[in-house]
Design a protein around this ligand. Structure first.
Ligand code: BES
Ligand code: ZN
Length: 633
């Protein structure tokens, strides 16, 4: 059988969808889905907090276009206890398997040779002590202080550290799961079933020495494996709207529900723009502060950091972003890590549209300016090759693709198209694009072919304004790209220079800033010179109380400045911040500032060593780079 025919049969990646050339294989997976491809995973898992293990069996339903070919799975640090296979789901017979050597980026290839005709493959497995997807938190690291907490973070290629599967975003699966957790904890997943009842099992027997609760989940829509997610802890729930709600620890859930009251409005706005929400419910899980991201778009259940709860709804844009992924990312998915900008650039664009619909255009503009500042700052330090949208990533970990380039530059590309073709035509195009590729994983080439056909060819005159190839493959931002500005920020800059001038006074600054929102305060911090005296810093602190700010974005920005300027009164907060917050975006820049001086670097290392156990593995790897430490295999 020819490869093309096999690909046509399995629908591997995206061939046949848009007529674009054969999609390249995913360099970050061992799998050979053109020979044997997983379609469904049935998980039977037990969460063991004492040994910090997830143990269980995963039964995979497999399609085998090449019946004699082995099934190849991805694993990382998984212990494989046994493998069996079945034709009918009744009789399982042992199947030969082989676990390959461990590669630092990819993990270990699991090669299974089921007899021809067997379509169900059952693997008994246990996660390793360093499972990169798992964060095991002690009771002290939670809000309630009484119960431990477990969360998973499968993106980018960490699903393989808790479940053996074909861990490529081009291989979509449905799943079902039964998860046993110690009583009285609750379990939630990126699936249907979160509001369902659990079955209680009394203590007894060697297998389950303690009392347990078993939860049932299923997801009938095919998703990329990086969206598999589980959290276990002392969770309660509050409704936000008819289709939306929030899970959090009891101590946090009321505050979370107040902060997130606009989620239902985001959902309505997204449906008006991009069509029906196809996943059923949309809930948010607020995690303990050591979670490594602001948000993670796990289907039906966004995982979010409590650092988005600022008290004034100023940081709920993160949820507009994660909700937007329900269309861009979860419905239409990047086929490989090279195409990551298809997820994040589109989502950042849609996030802006939702913010505009719910809070108005000015807030969207302020977000854009702040985003562009982050991009400019980061791009200045990135090698040219990392400033392109369609990235070269073979031989590197896909977590390295997580810079502001796919987000900010990707969204700017779409804004450029919007400007050239007009909002109405661009909206129609985008909606059509999302519909046409729903529940598919596609490459940048697929997008480009669709863009060419459905937008550029329709109006060659307008198309001339947008250098598509340059946007996708060049390091720079093309000439003619939209430039965002916010009138409110010009006023902030005016007030800052007045304050810095000879006649400037704190009273004037206080009066000018009385009605400033979070965004304006953030812009203020970005507008300050980086060599303020400690005396000036103290005066700012007098006006704005930044050292004690409950807004994590402002706190992070202020603490960076405080370290740079040697403002000692903020240093205890630096330490408290870095030892409790695990969100890379907020803590890494502070570590970088500390590492600029020898004394700072020593402090930073000491703080890092203490905090390492609470950080997500990918965050540890990223911060190790700040210190020039070799990543741990
Ligand atoms: N999917 C990402 C988070 C991610 C990307 C995790 C790659 C692991 C690998 C998520 O949607 C995201 O972008 N989160 C941002 C939100 C922000 C841009 C609004 C974050 O956590 O800061
Ligand atoms: Zn995102």
């Amino acid at each position: 059988m020819t490869l093309a025919r096999v690909v046509a049969m399995t629908g591997w990646l995206s061939l046949g969808l848009t007529g674009f050339a054969l999609a390249a294989a995913d360099p970050h997976s061992y799998a050979r889905p053109e020979e044997a491809v997983v379609r469904h995973a049935d998980l039977d898992l037990a969460v063991d907090f004492d040994r910090r293990l997830i143990v269980g069996t995963t039964t995979l339903r497999v399609e085998r276009p090449v019946p004699s070919a082995p099934l190849i799975l991805d694993t990382r640090g998984l212990a494989i206890r046994s493998v069996s296979a079945s034709r009918d789901g009744k009789a399982f017979v042992p199947a030969p398997f082989e676990l390959g050597p461990s590669d630092a980026i990819l993990g270990s290839r699991l090669t299974i040779r089921p007899e021809p005709g067997a379509v169900l493959v059952r693997v008994a497995h246990a996660s390793g002590p360093q499972a990169t997807a798992l964060q095991w938190l002690t009771p002290e690291q939670t809000a309630g202080g009484k119960f431990p907490f477990l969360l998973t973070q499968s993106q980018s290629i960490h699903a393989r550290s808790w479940i053996p599967l074909q861990d490529s975003p081009g291989v979509r699966i449905t799943f079902s799961a039964r998860v046993a957790v110690p009583w009285p904890l609750g379990a939630v997943m990126s699936a249907d079933g979160n509001l369902g009842r659990s079955i209680e099992r009394p203590a007894g027997g060697a297998a389950s020495p303690g009392r347990t609760r078993v939860f049932d989940f299923r997801l009938d829509k095919p998703i990329p494996p990086y969206l598999l997610a589980l959290a276990v802890g002392d969770l309660s729930f509050r409704e936000l709207g008819p289709r939306t709600g929030v899970y959090a620890e009891p101590a946090v859930v009321e505050r979370a529900a107040r902060e997130l009251s606009d989620v239902e409005a985001f959902l309505a706005a997204a449906e008006r723009l991009y069509g029906e929400y196809r996943w059923g419910r949309y809930d948010v899980l607020i995690l303990p502060p050591s979670f490594g991201y602001g948000g993670m778009e796990n289907p039906l259940l966004t995982f979010a950091s409590p650092t988005i709860l600022a008290g004034d709804k100023s940081l709920v844009g993160v949820l507009a972003h994660e909700l937007a992924h329900s269309w861009s990312g979860n419905l239409v998915t990047n086929a490989t890590a090279r195409d990551f900008w298809l997820n994040e650039g589109f989502t950042t664009y849609v996030e802006g549209r939702l913010i505009e619909a719910v809070f108005g255009a000015e807030r969207r503009e302020m977000d854009e300016v702040l985003g562009r500042q982050e991009f400019d700052r980061e791009a200045a330090e990135l090698p040219e090759g990392d400033r392109v949208l369609h990235l070269e990533l073979a031989g590197r970990h896909p977590d390295e693709a997580v810079t502001s380039v796919p987000y900010v530059k990707g969204a700017l590309f779409l804004r450029h198209l919007e400007a050239a073709f007009g909002r109405e035509r661009f909206d129609r195009f985008l909606r059509g694009y999302l519909d046409a590729h729903a529940f598919r994983s596609i490459t940048t080439g697929d997008f480009r072919a669709y863009l060419e056909r459905e937008l550029l060819a329709q109006d060659p005159q307008a198309a001339k304004a947008v250098p598509v190839a340059e946007w996708l493959t060049a390091a720079n931002i093309p000439d003619g790209a939209p430039v965002s500005a916010a009138a409110a920020f010009a006023r902030v800059e005016g007030a800052v220079s007045a304050w810095l001038g000879a006649a400037g006074s704190d009273e004037e600054l206080r009066a000018a800033s009385r009605r400033w929102s979070y965004h304006e305060r953030h812009h203020l911090l970005r507008s300050l010179p980086k060599d303020l005296s400690a005396e000036r810093m103290a005066r700012l602190d007098g006006v704005f109380a930044f050292t004690d700010s409950g807004n994590a974005e402002l706190a992070s920005e202020w603490l960076q400045l405080a370290v740079r300027c040697g403002y000692a009164p903020a240093l205890p907060r630096v330490e408290r911040f870095l030892t409790s917050v695990g969100r890379e975006k907020l803590i890494k820049p502070i570590y970088k500032e500390l590492a600029r001086t020898p004394e700072g670097a020593a402090r930073a290392r000491a703080i890092f060593e203490r905090s390492r156990p609470i950080y997500l593995s990918s965050v540890v790897a990223s911060i190790e780079k700040v210190f020039g430490l070799a990543a741990q295999p």
